[in-house]
Structures are given as C-alpha cells and as structure tokens.
Write a protein that binds this ligand. Structure first.
Ligand SMILES: Nc1ncnc2c1ncn2[C@@H]1O[C@H](COP(=O)(O)OP(=O)(O)O)[C@@H](O)[C@H]1O
Ligand SMILES: [Mg+2]
Length: 275
C-alpha cells in the first residue's frame, strides 16, 4: 500500500504490506498528521475507501492543511459521520472527528437505554463518551457500513481493502495512560482484518521521551518514529524519521531527514547519501 511518499515507499520495498497496522510516534510538530494526510490521499488515488479519524483537529482544518501540500480533499466525495443526512452517493472517504464521535456516543447510550431496563438504571450503568474506545470501534464500523464495504450489516470485516487512519490514539487514553495497551488490543481485536491497513498516531511525551501511554507499539506491525533534534542546541527545527519496524519487509534501517515543503508536503532525504 503506497504511503503517498515515494521515498518512503521505496524504503519499504514498495509500500506497506496489506493488513498491517502502523504506529506513527513522535513529539508535537514532527509531521505525524501530515504523514496521515499523504496516506489518505494515496488511498483515494488508489481507489481505496478511507476512514479518517481526527481527534486533534476538525476535519476542515485537515482539509485546509492538506490543500497547502497539493492534496485537495474537497474535490473528493467526503462524508462527515456527524452529518444528519445519509450520503446521497457512496463516499470515497468517511471522516470521524470529535463531533462524529459525540454523535456515535449518544447513539450508543440511547440504544443501551432502550435495551429493556428502566432508563435511570441504564444511564447509571453506562454512559458512552466521545473518547471511549468502544465509541471509536462503533464509529469505525459505521464508517465501513457507509462506505459500502460490508456484505451485510452485521459483518465485521470489509470485503474490500480499506485504509484506516486514527490521529490520534493517545486521545482515547489521555486520562488513563495505563490503559493504553488494553485499549490498543481492544481496538485491534474489534477492527483488525486482512483488508484493513491502518495508520495509528501515538503522541510522544516530550518530558519522558516515551510514548504517552505505551501500548500501541506492542500491537503494531510497523513503527514509524519521527523526532526533532534538540532545538536549544541546533537553533533550527530539523526533523527526522526512521522506520523502526515493518513486518515482512527488508526496509531501510537508516533515518531520513524530513522536510515539510509548501505545495509538496513531506519530503524525505536519505541520510546515507549525505554522510
Ligand atoms: N504550508 C506549510 N508549509 C510548510 N510547512 C508547514 C506548512 N503547514 C504546516 N507546516 C509545518 O508542519 C508542522 C505541523 O506538522 P504536523 O504533521 O501537524 O505535526 P504533528 O502532527 O506531528 O504534531 C508545523 O509545525 C509546520 O512546521
Ligand atoms: Mg498532529
């Protein structure tokens, strides 16, 4: 599966093996969200249905940012899951931002309430919130339905290849980092299928230089790590990226210099050439 960045595809012997889950780790400003935009855009070019979860920014900000790099998401059939109307035609990309998650959480709570017990009892028992991992799982399933990739409503696996982007997973354990590993497993068990190739962003805590809520890396088939050199020493924002892991791939093991270029987006430069 193409990453949308030629140098990265080459470094992966052609792209990401289908069905892989790739964790994208790094501090703020390293380029994680832009990397996701390239991946989604490459999916649209390839004709893959795309599910784009964005907890960090509203999707219209993602659209604005992507446009600066020559990716025009507005020109595609985009459907926002928080929309009141069903799509008139099958969308190419379903977007789930915080408003979409709120809507799904409300629906889950309501269907729970309607499940027999008195409303008061049920509400006491379970109130879904937007940033619940179960809300995320339900939202992704709903996106699959809207994209028309499920053979029947109850099916769990898409019958054709789908790209899934979650920017970021850290939002789902922001108040309970110790749960990161369990939530990652829950998500993987519920949504990981041969036909789903995913990008999952995990924020790095700058203070400890480790991922906030360590867990995603354990379930990932691949890890792309991004960082910025100590700006107090270098007095310049210099970004790097390294492929730490990719299953079944004899990938490049050296880091790349990562630049974010107007009109283009992420540009990688091999360090082996410059050394
Ligand atoms: N139009 C642009 N041209 C060049 N660089 C940009 C442009 N827009 C944003 N950037 C760079 O991208 C950075 C944000 O990248 P992003 O992928 O959002 O980081 P992360 O998700 O890792 O926090 C900004 O800090 C800025 O340096
Ligand atoms: Mg980001």
């Amino acid at each position: 599966m193409s990453t949308g960045i030629r140098e990265l595809d080459d470094a992966l012997e052609g792209g990401i093996p289908k069905g892989s889950w790739v964790a994208i780790t790094g501090e703020p400003g390293t380029g994680k969200s832009i990397l996701c935009m390239h991946y989604a855009w490459a999916g649209l070019q390839a004709g893959d249905p795309v599910v784009y979860v964005t907890t960090e920014a509203e999707f219209r900000d993602v659209v604005r940012q992507a446009r600066m790099f020559g990716m025009d998401f507005e020109a595609r059939r985009v459907y926002d899951i928080s929309s009141r109307e069903e799509p008139t035609e099958t969308p190419e990309i379903v977007v789930i931002d915080i408003f979409g998650l709120l809507k799904i959480a409300r629906q889950l709570t309501e269907s729970f309430e309607a499940s027999g017990e008195s409303i008061k009892e049920a509400v006491k028992k379970r109130r879904y919130v937007a940033l619940d991992i179960q809300t995320l799982i339900a939202a992704i399933h709903e996106a699959y339905r809207i994209l028309g990739v499920l053979r029947e409503e109850k099916a769990k696996s898409p019958y054709r290849h789908v790209r899934l982007i979650i920017d970021s997973m850290s939002a789902f354990w922001a108040d309970k980092p110790a749960m990161a590993r369990k939530y990652s497993y829950d998500l993987k068990i519920a949504t990981h299928r041969e036909n789903v190739t995913a990008y999952l962003v995990s924020q790095y805590a700058m203070t400890t230089r480790s991922t906030f809520g360590f867990g995603l890396e354990h379930i990932a088939d691949g890890v792309f790590h991004l960082w910025i050199e100590d700006v107090e020493k270098t007095r310049i924002v210099q970004r790097y990226m390294i492929i730490k892991k990719m299953r079944m791939t004899n990938h490049v093991k050296t880091a790349f210099k990562l630049d974010i270029v107007p009109g283009k987006g992420i540009v990688l430069e091999s360090l082996t050439k410059t050394q």
